[in-house]
Design a protein around this ligand. Structure first.
Ligand code: UDX
Ligand code: UDX
Length: 462
């Protein structure tokens, strides 16, 4: 009995990425009564988790990893041993959009998830609770359950869904103080028993009323819907930014006025270069694929438009640069301020900067790129891209002799730079395209810049 009890105090997470790493560090920190092992097939990644330089940048993460690592938090590549030992297995491997075959470009590629399920069958000697942490299509738990139950050892695997809602850049505080925790389980006796064990983990620090127990399909779908709705708000306000540029309205004023309606609320109404990140596009396309699969054509087209509008916003930003730089950027140097998909992260997955950068290169512009944390990832993203690209550790050097600055990430420090010094070092006329509407435009204009915000009137000396 004791052994049975102990087994459920041993937590494993397979997948030590942006989701698995921070989530498990938070659980280890908040639950001293549990041992947490994070396993990954990527040896380099695990070595980094075990070193002083963690593989991802996340404010506050170093501190909790340092505190717990070696005590009740462990990083390993020995997946078989970890599977044998642990009663609870979170799976947080990547589920990218399929690039081949049926559903290419939309459906989730579940090959890593399936491989993981098969590894669990192979190495498990006793019953396990398997928890989906990766975002998966609705009814994935059913498929996973079938694979796991196909084991010939007579073992029982309970598949639960516990989607992660943390956002990068604020992962640690989101994990410490979540709006809610969702735990979905099959509504069978053993499913509900397993659900209680997962709820008990979170109850160590999350108030009970914020922990929702639902059926497994609601849990899977809620994650897709939450991301789709957040992205929808951004596409909505970005669509309005286009109207603002045609009329004399200012999207920041519209956003403020609209967001003050209590029913709408002020968050996720900031117009910009478009949303990025590993989740929004992938999850919406996943939702679109599901709707198509079930013959819900109108619903599929409705959500698809959120992604199409985002692509349009990227393109619009580039077109605006070209149009205002006398219809050509060929041979001109453009400084990209920021390459991460948002501030406070080094992550560049699906970053608007990738698309904007590539479009500018196709127009034969030369790029100088600066980002406080994402320079290495930027290099990886653009490694096969043709064109002249230089990377800078210093924003002032990055801007030197350029014709324009395109601000693409909302790093706070961008607002604090000495723009007079930057202006003096640039080719003239100097342009600044503020893709995040975060600079003091009047001040920049006074310095001499031609200033182009998103969704409000430009300020031009020309
Ligand atoms: C991923 C998914 O993208 C997201 O949809 C889901 O919600 C959580 O998992 P993230 O943690 O950001 O998000 O992905 P990533 O940083 O790529 O980490 C996945 C890890 O899984 C990688 O370190 C990879 O090496 C590992 N992995 C992948 C395995 O350990 N085994 C595999 O078979 C495949
Ligand atoms: C998102 C969800 O917020 C999170 O709950 C989920 O678990 C994973 O996906 P993340 O992608 O890390 O998190 O970051 P988020 O803060 O949601 O930003 C996504 C993108 O939207 C960024 O490119 C950001 O710059 C952009 N954004 C956000 C805007 O353009 N305007 C806004 O008002 C808000």
């Amino acid at each position: 009995m004791d052994q049975e009890k102990d087994k459920y105090r041993e937590i494993l997470c397979i997948g030590a990425g942006y989701v698995g790493g921070p989530t498990m560090a938070a659980i280890a920190d908040k639950c001293p009564g549990y041992n947490v092992t994070v396993a990954d097939i990527d040896e380099k990644r695990i070595a980094a988790w075990n070193s002083d330089t963690l593989p991802i940048y996340e404010p506050g993460l170093d501190a909790i990893v340092k505190k717990t690592r070696g005590h009740n938090l462990f990083f390993t590549t020995d997946i078989p041993a970890a599977i044998k030992k642990c009663g609870i297995i979170f799976v947080s491997v990547n589920t990218p959009t399929k690039t081949f075959g049926d559903g290419a470009g939309k459906a989730a590629d579940l090959q890593y998830w399936e491989k993981t399920a098969r590894a669990i069958i192979e190495y498990a000697d006793d019953d396990k609770i398997v928890v989906e942490k990766s975002t998966l299509p609705v009814r994935a738990a059913e498929a996973m359950s079938r694979i796991l139950q196909s084991n010939t050892k007579g073992l029982n695997f309970e598949v639960l869904s516990n989607p992660e809602f943390m956002a990068e850049g604020s992962a640690v505080s989101d994990l410490e103080n979540p709006d809610r925790v969702l735990v979905g389980a099959m509504q069978t006796r053993s499913g509900i028993e397993a659900q209680k064990k997962i709820v008990a983990i979170y109850a160590n620090w999350v108030p009970k009323k914020k922990i929702l127990s639902t059926n497994v399909w609601s849990s899977e779908l809620s994650k897709l819907v939450a991301n789709a709705m957040l992205a929808q708000r951004i596409s909505s306000i970005n669509s309005i930014s286009a109207i603002c540029e045609k009329t004399d309205a200012d999207v920041n004023e519209v956003s403020k006025a609209v967001g003050m309606d209590n029913r709408i609320g002020p968050k996720f109404l900031k117009a910009g270069v478009g949303f990025g990140g590993s989740c929004f596009k992938k999850d919406i396309l996943n939702l679109v694929y599901l709707c198509d699969h079930y013959g819900l054509d109108e619903v599929a087209r409705y959500w698809e438009q959120v992604v199409l509008l985002n692509d349009y916003q990227n393109r619009r930003f580039v077109k605006n640069i070209i149009l205002n730089m006398f219809n050509t950027v060929a041979g001109k140097k453009i400084a990209l301020f920021g390459f991460a998909f948002k501030a406070d992260t080094g992550d560049t997955r699906e970053s608007p900067a990738i698309y904007i950068g590539k479009m500018l290169l196709e127009e034969r512009a030369e790029l100088n790129i600066f980002d406080p944390k994402a320079l290495e990832n930027a290099k990886k993203e653009l490694k096969d891209t043709e064109g002249k690209i230089e990377y800078f550790e210093d924003p002032y050097e990055c801007a030197e002799n350029t014709h324009a600055i395109a601000l693409l990430t909302d790093w706070k420090e961008f607002a604090d730079y000495d723009y007079k010094r930057i202006f003096d070092s640039m080719a003239k006329p100097a342009f600044i395209f503020d893709g995040r509407n975060m600079l003091d435009h009047k001040k920049l204009f006074k310095i001499g810049f031609n200033v182009f915000p998103v969704g409000s009137e430009p300020m031009k000396h020309l």
